[in-house]
Structures are given as C-alpha cells and as structure tokens.
Ligand binder design. Structure first.
Ligand code: MFK
Length: 546
C-alpha cells in the first residue's frame, strides 16, 4: 500500500478557539460568561458533530417540487438535513431571540453573535434566514408599529421551534440589486382595504419563511416606495399569492434555497408611512450586515482551523509543513488578518447591543454606523482571500470536491456580494463620513488605546493612517467623482486602522501573551494604508476606455 495522507481534523470549535476564549474572558462579565458557557458548549458540540457528519456523507441540496402528482401547484421545498435541524437549534440556543432579550442587558447582541459564530458553518447558511428574521424584527421595532410588533415578534423571537417563524427579505428585482430604489413591485388595496403585492422578486435569499419584508410601490401614492410586512402562507399552510419560479443555480451557498418568485396578491401590511421605503429598511440592513461579518469571520476561522491542523499532519521535504518557514509565515499572515477582522467584527456586535440598550457614550451610535459597513466590506473581501489561500495550503487536494475544501471558497465569495457589494458599502461609508466625519472613529480608537503609551509606534501608525484619510477627504470635497473613486481605499484604510487599535488593546490586556504581540506585529507589517496612489479621475476613466 502506498503512502496515505491523514485528513485534516477539526478541533473543538469552542475549546480550541483562542480568539473566542479571549473574547469571552474580556467581553463578558463573569456572571454572564458563567451563564452562557453550557449553551456555547452544546452549540460547539453540534458544530463539531456536523463537520464529522459532513465528511462522511455526500453534499445535499434543497429540492423544489413545483407540482404535485395530481397537477396541483404546490411549490414544496425539501431542505437539507442541517436545514431540517435549523428551527430546533435556533429555538434551543436563542440564535435570534438572545439579541432582543431585554433581560440580558447590553451584552445580549454579543452573546447572540458568539452563538452565530459557532453555528454558522454547521448551519449550512441557515444563518441567512436567521439574519433576515433578526433584521425584520429590528425594522418592525424601529417602525413602532404596535400591531405588527404584537403579531410578528413573538414568532420571530420565539424560543420554541413549533412557534418560530422565519422572515425573508424581498428587495432585489431584475432592475436593481444595489439600486433598490427602482423597485417595480406594486402594492394595491383590495375591496376590504387589505394591501396586496404584485410583481417579481429576483433574489429571495431563502424562500422558506412564514413572513417576509418587501419593498413595493403603493398605487395611488405618488411615486413612493414603502416597506411592507408580508405573510407568505394561508391558514392551511399553502402559499398565499406566491409562486416559486425556480431555485437559483449558484456558485456556492448551495444548501440555501435562493429563489426567483412571482407575487400575485400576497397580503401585506405597511410598516409605517407609505414612503421612504429605503430609509425604513436601513435598520434591517445594518443588522444583516453585522450577521454577514460574523459569518465571514466564522468561515475564516474554519479555514484556519483546517489549514493549521493539516500543517501539523503533513510532512514534505523531510519536515512537517508547520516547520517550513515559508508555510508558517503564510499561515501567520492569514491568522493576523483574521484576528484583526475578528476583533473589529465583535466590536460592532458589542456596540450594537450597547447602542440598542442605550448604554453608550455620545460618539458610539455614529461610530457603530460607520464601522458596520467598514467591517462588512473588509471581512467580505478577506473571507475569499483566506479561503483561496487555505485551498492552496492543501496543494492539489484543496481543489478536490470531496475534501469539503472547495466549498469553503465557493461559499466565501458570497460575503462580498450580498447585503451590499464592496463598492456599495464603500459609498455608504462616504455617506456616513460626510455626515459625522472621522471624529467618532478617532474617539473610539482613543478609547481602545487609552492604556497604550502615546509615543508607541502603533499609535503613530494609526494616527498617520487617519491623517492621510482626512487629507484625502478634505482635498476631494469639491470633486465628488474623485472622492468616490477612492472610496474603497478610504474604507479599507479605516477598517484596518480600527482593527489595529483593537489588536493593540488586546495585546496590552495580556502582556505575557506572545501570540497577541506577534499578531499585532504581523498585522502592522501588512500596512494600514490601502489608498490608491493615483487619484486622478481622468486617468481612471482613460484606463476603462475600450
Ligand atoms: C449568513 C449571513 C447572512 C447575511 C444575510 C443574507 C441575506 C442576503 C440577501 C441580500 O443580499 S438582500 C439584498 C441586499 N441589498 C442591499 O443591501 C442593497 C444595497 N444597496 C444599498 O445599500 C444602497 O446604498 C441603498 C439601497 C441603501 C441606497 O438607496 P437609495 O435609493 O440611493 O437611497 P439613499 O437616498 O442613498 O438613502 C435613503 C435613506 O436611507 C437616506 O436617509 P434620508 O432619507 O434620511 O436622507 C440614507 O441616509 C438612509 N440609509 C441608507 N443606507 C443606510 C441608511 N441609513 C442607515 N443605515 C444605512 N445602511
């Protein structure tokens, strides 16, 4: 028998995750840590089991059955095994409910997103409808619509699988993915005054929910766009004015039944005024973008866990891979970037909880508003880079389907696309900077660096990055095109500056931890500035000519 390579093994997702252990130790008060630990243990055990199960059985995809044997339109979706378990796991661990549980206090969101981080990869993107359900609950609360709060929130926030409802997010149409302001779906009142929706939605990320939030144009109300709450099924559980045209054939997230649908009279209730739909949807977007970032770092964590384990099992050129300096450097480069992304992501999770429970300093709501798109866009891009490098760490085997590795790369590609592409979020960051400038971020960073000597090189590097961004913002105030062309560089630089400050704080908290110091050193070595050297918009345009 020729040589057989041992496959990589996944270590325990809670016990072996040093960054998560650091977060639990420093992010939660001791009493909360003690309260949540058994639940986190159980969820991590599930994730561990799901990985082993996945390695021993072929991948599944959901199946759409449009018609029954007798010719009735049924549009049944047969989900994968992990999806069949989703409602029970969600209810048991309060994956949505925890974030809205007023009895927990300001750490509720952090506790929720730690669970999401543990569950995400095992869930096979069941986290997508959970994100949208959380977003829907947040938007309904923000609307102050009491009837909808009483009707939908007990289901969205249920800790009982039998009463739990999921919500979809029906925004994207053929005319607009990013530019949802051009939505064509119409809302019309029937003879009883009930609003009903008519139109076509081109991406409904998970067509499984009992409810959905949909943008539509109310007829007879000038040229306005409004946000509606929709119930998708009738009392007998049949689709109510919804036809599933097909499940999308996607590059990744294949377990997730993303569908194209037609709406033909589905009942709907406006959240608030019959106008400013995009403004009403915004609270939802900021929550789902936080989910996106948490899920992106969860995917990175899985990549690094497998690549690191394999490097300790694989011997080449007479040494273990981990002992090969260049391979070790490659893993360390990935680990340092991941640690920065992890720190920034859980910083916004924590901030979200404190902003929602109004336990924040004055600058922190504006800080959260800026950091949310920055974190989403940076983690979205980084997830693909880390997944791609991970596959390379396995050589040819990383390219082979039944190792489970290619799926990591295919799935990672989604994070930079949905919930707003990198460029859309870069422009959103400019919108925020235009309103509140860099001051909230400066104050946030000052707070994270308060125990670090002001003359240390890292404080200087972060200060320099902010200064360069400020100069670019000031220089381009009279030239909107020039500023827009640099928006991605501005956003990435600010995200990296924030992450560097958090890594510095983390290293200062544990002065004997050599890993924390090494993480910071390597992250800084990758540089903070990501601004383009060339900000001449004419040159940019010239290069884009055929
Ligand atoms: C596993 C992880 C799970 C993740 C969830 C997975 C689900 C994925 C499903 C999807 O991908 S659904 C599709 C997601 N689509 C988007 O995210 C849309 C992307 N496009 C944008 O975000 C655009 O920037 C936007 C549609 C918001 C721009 O629209 P407009 O029509 O140009 O609106 P405008 O004038 O920029 O903004 C309207 C108002 O909203 C303004 O306020 P005012 O009316 O008071 O001036 C904005 O300030 C406000 N606004 C916009 N974005 C905001 C916001 N306010 C707060 N936060 C924001 N993010």
């Amino acid at each position: 028998m020729s040589f057989l390579q041992e496959a990589p093994q996944l270590s325990h997702p809670l016990h072996a995750d040093r960054l998560l252990q650091h977060l639990l130790a420093h992010g939660l008060p001791a009493a909360r840590r003690k309260a949540v630990t058994p639940d986190l243990e159980a969820l991590a055990d599930y994730a561990h089991m799901a990985w082993r199960r996945r390695m021993h059985k072929p991948a599944e995809v959901p199946v759409h059955t449009p018609w029954d044997a007798w010719g009735r339109r049924v549009d049944r979706i047969h989900p994968t095994t992990a999806w069949c378990e989703g409602a029970a796991i969600t209810a048991r661990h309060g994956l949505v409910a925890t974030g809205h549980d007023g009895t927990i206090g300001p750490t509720g969101r952090l506790e929720q997103f730690i669970r999401v981080y543990l569950y995400h990869v095992a869930s096979e993107f069941y986290t997508c409808p959970l994100a949208m359900t959380d977003g829907a609950a947040t938007a309904i609360k923000a609307s102050g619509n009491r009837a909808l709060m009483e009707r939908a929130l007990p289901h969205f926030l249920s800790r009982d699988a039998d009463t739990l409802w999921l919500s979809g997010q029906w925004m994207t149409e053929t005319i607009g993915g990013s530019d949802v302001g051009h939505t064509e779906t119409r809302a019309r009142q029937d003879g009883t005054g009930q609003w009903r929706l008519y139109g076509r939605k081109w991406f409904t990320s998970a067509i499984v929910g009992e409810a959905a939030m949909a943008l539509a144009r109310p007829e007879g109300v000038d040229d306005n766009l409004a946000l509606f709450y929709v119930e998708t099924k009738d009392a007998e559980g049949r689709w109510n004015g919804v036809t599933i045209d097909r499940i999308k054939d996607k590059l990744g997230t294949r377990e997730l039944p993303t569908a194209e649908i037609h709406l033909d009279g589905v009942p709907a209730w406006p959240l608030g005024e019959l106008a400013h739909g995009v403004r009403q949807v915004a609270p939802m977007l900021n929550v789902t973008r936080t989910w996106n970032a948490v899920c992106a770092v969860a995917s990175m964590s899985r990549c690094l866990a497998l690549a690191g384990d394999y490097a300790r099992r694989r011997r080449v050129f007479g040494k273990m891979l981990i002992e090969q300096p260049l391979h070790a450097r490659t893993l360390a480069d990935m680990q340092a970037e991941f640690a920065g992304a992890f720190a920034l992501t859980f910083c916004i999770a924590d901030l979200l909880g404190r902003v929602e429970s109004r336990q924040v300093a004055d600058h922190e709501p504006a800080l959260l508003r800026l950091l949310t798109p920055l974190t989403k866009l940076w983690t979205g891009k980084l997830a693909t880079r880390i997944a791609s490098e991970t596959l390379e760490c396995f050589g040819g085997n990383g390219y082979i389907e039944d190792t489970g590795l290619p799926q990591l790369l295919r799935d990672a590609q989604v994070y930079s696309i949905w919930e707003g592409t990198t460029n859309v979020l870069s422009l959103d960051s400019l919108r925020v900077l235009g309103k509140s400038g860099l001051d909230p971020l400066r104050k946030g960073i000052d707070g994270w660096l308060k125990d670090v000597p002001a003359d240390s090189p890292v404080v200087h590097a972060i200060g320099h990055a902010l200064e360069v961004v400020q100069q670019r913002l000031t220089a381009a105030t009279s030239d909107a095109d020039k500023l827009e062309a640099q928006a991605r560089g501005v956003a990435l630089t600010l995200a990296r500056a924030g992450a560097a400050a958090l890594l510095t704080r983390n290293a200062a908290r544990e002065p004997d931890d050599m890993r924390a110091r090494a993480t910071l050193a390597i992250f800084l070595d990758h540089g903070l500035l990501r601004l383009p050297a060339e900000d001449d918009i004419d040159a940019v345009r010239a290069l884009c000519q055929p």
